[in-house]
Design a protein around this ligand. Structure first.
Ligand SMILES: Cc1ncc(C[n+]2csc(CCOP(=O)(O)OP(=O)(O)O)c2C)c(N)n1
Ligand code: SF4
Length: 287
């Protein structure tokens, strides 16, 4: 077990007091400490959103990208350097809305990356519009008469699209959250950790209290994480009872392991195949 302070930076997180994302940041730091992964072996990629500011508050390599495009950056990095622990962190708007296509394809390809979605069921950064996980009927800035469409169910989607590890956590249960992140990082293959991470400023419906009245742990209920049918059935539970924990885990060859171009080893360790002079010239072009 490493010291958690290894993963801390001086920059203070700018989230609103009480925002669920604080627990996610702590959960990632605790998981990295438990797994004894050094900060320089980690890349955290994000898109845009309150939650997507996370890489700036954590000691590791970080890439704060553009809205919805974190996964392409992460999969590119993983392909070039498979030894890197690649984590994607962002919001439900970023990942389940504008970036949904990238998420789906990364799952079916089974890249060995960990996707942590801070799911607050709202667009936080842009001050409270409905997101793809906002519940039907909920009033928001963009839906003053209530949302008229069904929300996305990220757990069921991940299960049927080939994610090889699917879990849900809750920011109000910080140690359990850290454990889910730890298991997700440890898993070889695509792992989704959907975190119910309340936005205390703009989502007045899905509050800590609302979740506390409903949440229970799958592991306390004898759930078999190897059974896809059971996992799918559980993924439909919402409203009265909301399960957290590992829904499903399985082994499948990763994209990186099957990619013929990587059979000679990681791209970062291959010779460039050009002269030093040309390499220097190319670098200068980007200065
Ligand atoms: C292409 C593009 N479209 C829209 C935006 C505006 N925008 C920035 S963040 C965001 C949504 C953020 O919501 P979410 O991903 O759920 O993160 P949160 O702020 O709730 O953590 C939107 C629509 C943008 N930056 N770029
Ligand atoms: S607006 Fe919501 S999501 Fe953004 S920092 Fe504040 S509480 Fe968190």
């Amino acid at each position: 077990m490493r010291d958690v302070s290894m993963y801390k930076v001086e920059t203070k997180a700018t989230w609103c007091p009480g925002c669920g994302d604080f627990a996610v940041l702590r959960g990632i730091q605790m998981a990295l400490a438990a797994l004894e992964i050094n900060p320089n072996d980690v890349l955290v990629v994000s898109g845009i959103g309150c939650s997507s500011n996370l890489p700036g508050f954590l000691k590791s390599y970080g890439f704060h990208g553009i809205h919805g495009r974190a996964i392409p950056v992460a999969t590119g990095a993983k392909l070039v350097n498979p030894d890197l622990n690649v984590i994607v962190a962002g919001g439900d708007g970023d990942g389940y809305g504008i970036g949904l296509n990238h998420w789906v394809h990364a799952m079916r390809r089974n890249f060995d990356i960990t996707y942590i979605v801070m799911n607050n069921q709202i667009y936080g950064l842009t001050t409270g519009q409905a997101s793809p996980t906002t519940e039907k009927g909920q009033r928001s800035k963009s839906t003053p008469a209530g949302v008229i469409e069904l929300p996305i169910n990220p757990i069921s989607m991940a299960l049927v699209t080939g994610s090889t590890f699917v879990a849900r956590a809750f920011s109000g249960d910080a140690d359990h959250l850290a454990k889910m992140v730890e298991l997700g990082i440890k898993h070889k293959g695509f792992s989704l950790v959907d975190v119910l991470s309340p936005c205390v400023t703009y989502n007045k419906h899905n509050t800590y209290q609302w979740f506390r009245e409903r949440i229970y742990r799958l592991e306390d209920n004898g759930h078999n994480t190897k059974n896809l049918d059971d996992a799918i059935k559980k993924s439909y539970e919402w409203d009265a009872k909301i399960p957290i924990g590992v829904f499903y885990e399985t082994d499948r060859t990763t994209y990186e392991d099957e990619e013929p171009g990587l059979k000679r080893g990681p791209v970062v360790s291959q010779p460039l195949g050009i002269s030093q002079e040309l390499g220097k010239e190319l670098l200068e072009e980007f200065e």
